[in-house]
Design a protein around this ligand. Structure first.
Ligand SMILES: *Cc1c(COP(=O)(O)O)cnc(C)c1O
Length: 463
């Protein structure tokens, strides 16, 4: 399997190369040259199988010769062994025709563990084969950084440095980053905002001498391997509800469009998905785009579902690439307009192609809180604010007889303040991490200064 850039001008890569590279050199995102199909018989044969077995069958055609069967199966087994639920991604029923896909049983209690855990394992295998070492540097507003640290801690050929804005992440998020004791983990509290963290990260990637010296690598949500890992739970959920004999729809709490784009790939592979519903918070660039055809930046408004607080939605570029009939030049033109003019208009044909598949809605802050309380009364489910955004939109898009599956992207205990404000209940951490608040923290306070950050990384990484 070969990977091409959404902007059509970067080298064609193998799965392993695309995974280790992240962003394409023409500024685009890697996508598979073609999407392998699964027949109805092959999909039906997934019923009742373990999550790990389904993951192997769904992922292996995309991985191609990059990893052997034994390597891929081993990576999958190690990735999900630490999850707190044997089904990995269990389904619970909320209402007639409406189901919740719980994606928060991983080590950091958010869906990002599904992808990050497996790419940690795959990075390790690929680097050992090439005898290479890399330095992963990431910027986070919370969930991505903790998932990356959990996934890469203790791995031989990797050092991981995560920048987070000092004093601006939740206590659970901070402790998940600062309590792992492994020597290759470095939590850096930067004096500044999340944007400062992201900008210093970009500066590091643009400092080519530094980039080559330390073997800089990124694991942000545009990494194709992360999208691929997320395709798996669309299959397990749909098959549990009767696919391929029955169509299903999904509602996905959305920010950078990585999670819902995995649903699009599942649909392209042959999974009978009727609708993919984009649920956004008040940062609604995607809903505005689907409604009006205009994709226009608008400042970030902080919300109680902070992991969806985005100004632009980076993986949407992949959806545009497919909606424009894989025309890389057209996508490059749109992205140029986004950079120079702050937005672009989607062509009529592409907009129709998007509306064929996706629906959308946005949810206000008050509605999010109201939904957390209402769902607790209705079904007894305590939702995190991101999942509540999804559940509200999912209810509104129920269309019998097609079942709706809403993705629950984080555990309520990861966002206890918002949940307590909505319900009066302070959700407890799961048993297996109940001692999080008693563990020792290890963190380095860093200035918002590129030279100082680079000096620190040079000194602390294991050569
Ligand atoms: C990252 C995240 C999202 C948004 O997912 P995207 O793939 O960026 O659309 C939603 N909810 C939670 C809890 C997250 O951590």
């Amino acid at each position: 399997m070969r990977y091409i850039s959404t902007r059509g001008q970067a080298p064609v890569l193998s799965f392993a190369e695309a995974m280790l590279t992240g962003l394409a050199r023409d500024g685009g995102l890697y996508v598979p040259e073609w999407v392998p199909a699964m027949s109805p018989g092959e999909i039906a044969d997934l019923a009742g199988r373990s999550y790990e077995e389904v993951a192997f069958r769904v992922m292996s055609p995309f991985v191609g010769a990059a990893f052997t069967e034994a390597e891929l199966r081993g990576a999958i087994a190690r990735a999900y062994a630490g999850f707190g639920h044997v089904a990995r991604a269990p389904l619970v029923q909320l209402a007639p025709g409406h189901h919740l896909l719980e994606l928060f049983h991983g080590p950091t209690l958010a869906f990002k563990d599904f992808a990050m855990q497996i790419i940690g394992q795959l990075f390790q295998i690929a680097l050992a084969k090439e005898g290479k070492r890399i330095t992963i540097v990431g910027a986070t507003s919370g969930d991505t950084g903790s998932a990356a640290i959990e996934a890469f801690k203790g791995l031989e050929n990797v050092d991981v440095f995560i920048l987070f804005p000092h004093g601006r992440v939740s206590e659970v998020q901070r402790r998940q980053m600062t309590t792992p004791a492994e020597a290759n983990v470095h939590a850096l509290a930067l004096d500044g905002t999340f944007d400062d963290c992201q900008n210093r990260l970009k500066d590091m990637f643009n400092d080519f001498a530094f980039r080559d010296e330390v073997g800089l690598a990124g694991v942000n949500s545009i990494n194709w391997a992360r999208v691929l890992a997320q395709v798996v739970y669309y299959f397990t959920a749909a098959v549990a509800l009767g696919a391929p004999g029955r169509k299903v729809s999904f509602t996905v709490p959305t920010g950078n469009f990585g999670d819902i784009f995995a649903g699009f790939i599942a649909r392209e592979m042959g999974l009978p998905i009727e609708r993919l519903v984009i649920a956004t918070n008040q940062n609604d660039i995607l809903h505005r785009c689907l409604t009006t055809g205009e994709y226009r930046m608008d400042g970030v408004k902080p919300s109680i579902s902070p992991s969806m607080d985005i100004q632009i939605s980076s993986n949407f570029e992949r959806a545009l690439f497919f909606a424009y009939g894989k025309d890389g030049a057209a996508v490059a033109q749109l992205m140029e307009e986004l950079k120079t003019q702050g937005g672009f208009s989607v062509s009529q044909g592409a907009l129709e192609a998007l509306r064929e598949i996706y629906a959308s809605a946005s949810v206000s802050e008050a509605e999010t809180s109201e939904t957390i309380g209402a769902e607790l009364a209705r079904s007894g489910e305590l939702l995190c604010p991101h999942s509540a955004v999804g559940v509200r939109v999912g209810h509104a898009h129920l269309s019998a007889p097609t079942p709706m599956i809403t993705l629950a992207t984080a555990h309520p205990a990861k966002f206890p303040d918002a949940v307590e404000a909505a319900t009066g209940i302070r959700p407890a951490l799961p048993e297996r991490m109940a001692d999080l608040f008693a563990r020792d923290e290890r963190v380095t306070r860093v200035p918002n200064d590129l030279a100082a950050l680079e000096a620190l990384i040079r000194q602390e990484r294991r050569a």
